[in-house]
Ligand binder design. Structure first.
Ligand code: SF4
Length: 383
């Protein structure tokens, strides 16, 4: 633990040679095509990488520059990680797909961490977005015109700030959520930031970390000194929802296999079942999912501390519906306002959720089914 407390500070180093301000006119397509085959499955390889100049002064910025050179990825220097222009694509659908192929490397300047209810006390945004194309994703609206992937290089500064939050809140335990604005595991092979963050929280008596992922590249994290302070959660859904709406994400069976690896490494384990959707046969599909999960985790009993479940019904806002239908014109997502209940939120904004009776039936069925299969589990909430 002492070693962890004495983490070396990120010292700005001499800037490497400036990166080009423009991408090459002809990206090396033949090289790019080969990368997915060279990479382990589900390892994201961007097609272009943009750097803020200031990011180049950090070791992680330099590490990513070196990786881009090794992979032959086109790079460009940009003035701000919030202003990315000139991405290819004519339609919203094409622009979205191209943004997801773009990695932006920047410095997080605002180190105030927003609150993060109900999952944690504060957000800890190491990155934003992810390579997935889930149609229902709440980031469709929260990231707005910035669906590109963005990683921050000043991780040490963020950890120092987290330590201050934890100290201020002592003797209470303070919990941070890494996945509030993206899927941090999806870029871990490029940054190593999650490993560093997990080890930092492993050293914090009063600090806890949690994140959720749909991705499966867990190997680099299995040996992290987590000290039981990080809850590793996987997002699961019925086979049909995954097939129809969670494009470019690993199949459920692979997520569950990754969860078993994580549980064997001693991490507190959790699952988010979301978004729960009602369609003909939904009950059987979700119960089948729970059976599959029980079977895979059976050999790791007892799961200690108990596994947690968070249950979230599908919801959408008027704005989300508009963006989703622009980006996925053929979407089969059920967003019929007539069949939903409008729930008012902050500032007069609101969302469409299932009617009370449907939501109650959903909660009762799934909660009971989970506790039958995992009697020691904790269902943290249904919303
Ligand atoms: S994997 Fe998660 S963050 Fe990524 S698109 Fe799907 S729901 Fe959104």
């Amino acid at each position: 633990m002492d070693q962890l407390k004495e983490r070396p500070k990120e010292q700005p180093k001499e800037l490497p040679k400036e990166l080009p301000k423009e991408l090459p006119k002809e990206p090396p397509k033949e090289q790019l095509k080969d990368h997915p085959q060279e990479q382990p499955k589900w390892h994201y390889v961007p097609q272009r990488v943009f750097f803020e100049e200031e990011a180049l002064a950090y070791p992680l910025g330099q590490q990513i520059v070196a990786l881009c050179r090794e992979l032959g990825l086109p790079t460009r220097q940009i003035p701000s990680h919030n202003r990315v222009t000139g991405l290819p694509g004519d339609t919203p659908n094409q622009k979205y797909a191209q943004a997801k192929k773009t990695l932006v490397v920047g410095v997080k300047r605002d180190l105030r961490f927003p609150t993060c209810r109900p999952s944690a006390d504060y957000q800890f945004p190491l990155m934003t977005s992810c390579p997935g194309h889930c149609e229902y994703c709440y980031l469709q609206t929260t990231l707005g015109q910035r669906p590109y992937l963005r990683v921050y290089v000043n991780v040490e500064e963020m950890l120092d700030q987290a330590a201050k939050y934890i100290e201020k809140n002592a003797p209470e335990v303070t919990t941070f959520e890494v996945a509030s604005s993206g899927d941090p595991l999806s870029v871990e092979h490029l940054t190593g930031s999650l490993f560093k963050t997990i080890e930092f929280f492993g050293s914090q008596e009063l600090g806890r970390l949690r994140f959720v992922t749909k991705f499966t590249g867990v190997e680099p994290l299995l040996n992290a000194r987590h000290n039981g302070h990080t809850r590793f959660r996987f997002s699961l859904n019925s086979e049909r929802v995954v097939r129809d709406f969670e494009h470019r994400t690993p199949p459920v069976a692979e997520r569950i296999a990754a969860a078993a690896q994580v549980a064997r490494a001693g991490y507190p384990l959790g699952f988010i079942i979301a978004p729960i959707m009602v369609y003909p046969g939904w009950e059987e599909d979700y119960l089948r999912l729970f059976d599959q999960l029980k079977k895979e985790l059976a050999s790791i009993q007892p799961l200690s501390p108990p596994v947690t479940f968070e249950l979230i019904q599908h919801r959408f806002t008027a704005r989300a519906k508009k963006v989703i239908l622009e980006r996925f014109p053929e979407s089969r997502l059920d967003m019929d306002e007539e069949k939903r209940k409008f729930k008012y939120g902050k500032y007069g904004m609101g969302k469409y959720v299932y009617p009370d009776e449907t939501a109650k039936g959903m909660k009762d069925l799934l909660q009971t089914a989970l506790l039958e299969r995992f009697p020691d589990a904790e269902v943290e909430y249904f919303t």
